[in-house]
Design a protein around this ligand. Structure first.
Ligand code: AMP
Ligand code: ZN
Ligand code: FE
Ligand code: FE
Length: 281
């Protein structure tokens, strides 16, 4: 049985392994297939695919698109989409630049609250070209000796309900689902019933299914048994497939490669659902 992990992060966003290191780690973890799904970026694809050819791991190209509606944040995984698609390029660029200015706003709030950190210290933690996020602020707090690790930084200062945290621009989730399909890709809602502020709702998933959603990432560390059952029930009702994945971030998070897996038949269906946007549009 093939071991397939469809959600991981590299230094193209907030993971700590380079794309090549990520794929080598996947081989060492006994995976046959790994998807690279950085936040709002496809920059890691070519290095990851090249490393996969060297170590005998199949790399599925993907991206985790930040989306938001009514102040709620939803993460949309998209596989096999055209990386040169104009919607994707424009929206991910908009999101990445908004994530950048948001760093300053969060740093200002932290500083006003007496937590010593500067934008320069945070920027020093963002790899060149990477999509910036709260984990990089956490890294600056670690470097400054304020906290021990990213976990402590999130627990104390950077969690979803924290008064220090502000949101960034992100496209609407239904627009994103339609755009991923138009770009030949296959959209899967990441951790649909995970912890706030990522928590989705039945009505939202129904709307996204009507817009072309293909699957739900039901097997994920952020889902307890109740969340998993909710996802399964919706998947059955709406005809969506279920995926499982680690959401690995390297040493930045406890998530272990392969801790949740996707069924080979499900990956085959994802592969088959991908279309060549350049010839069909
Ligand atoms: P942002 O993209 O700025 O909204 O930050 C969210 C990212 O932080 C997500 O990719 C999460 O996986 C990551 N994250 C959330 N909680 C933690 C944690 N306790 N330790 C490390 N990373 C975390
Ligand atoms: Zn992340
Ligand atoms: Fe996510
Ligand atoms: Fe993720």
């Amino acid at each position: 049985m093939q071991r397939i992990d469809l959600h991981t992060h590299s230094t193209a966003s907030d993971g700590t392994d380079s794309p090549a290191e990520l794929v080598v780690a996947a081989a060492q973890a006994g995976l046959d297939v790994v998807a690279i799904t950085d936040h709002d970026s496809t920059a890691g694809w070519s290095d990851a695919v090249a490393a996969g050819e060297r170590v005998g791991v199949r790399v599925v190209p993907g991206v985790e698109i930040s989306t938001a509606r009514d102040g709620r944040s939803l993460h949309l995984l998209a596989y096999h989409l055209d990386p040169a698609d104009l919607w994707l390029l424009a929206e991910t660029e908009h999101t990445r630049s908004s994530r950048q200015t948001r760093l300053q706003r969060i740093v200002d709030r932290l500083a006003a609250g007496g937590i010593p950190v500067t934008l320069a210290e945070v920027t020093a933690q963002v790899p060149p070209g990477a999509t910036a996020g709260r984990p990089h602020i956490a890294d600056a707090l670690v470097a400054g000796g304020v906290v021990r690790d990213r976990d402590e930084a999130f627990r104390r200062f950077l969690h979803g309900g924290s008064r220090y945290v502000v949101s960034h621009y992100a496209p609407d989730p239904a627009d994103a689902v339609r755009a991923v399909r138009a770009a030949g890709g296959v959209p899967v809602l990441a951790h649909p019933f995970g912890s706030t502020p990522y928590a989705g709702s039945e009505a939202m998933v129904e709307e996204l299914a009507a817009a072309g959603l293909f699957g739900l990432e039901t097997a994920h560390r952020d889902h307890d048994d109740a969340a998993r059952r909710r996802g399964r029930a919706l998947a059955v009702t709406l005809g969506l497939l279920e995926t499982g994945a680690s959401d690995y971030h390297g040493t930045g998070k406890q998530n272990r490669l392969g801790e949740h897996l996707t069924d080979p038949d499900t990956l085959a269906a994802i592969d088959a659902a991908a279309t060549d946007a350049r010839t069909t549009s």
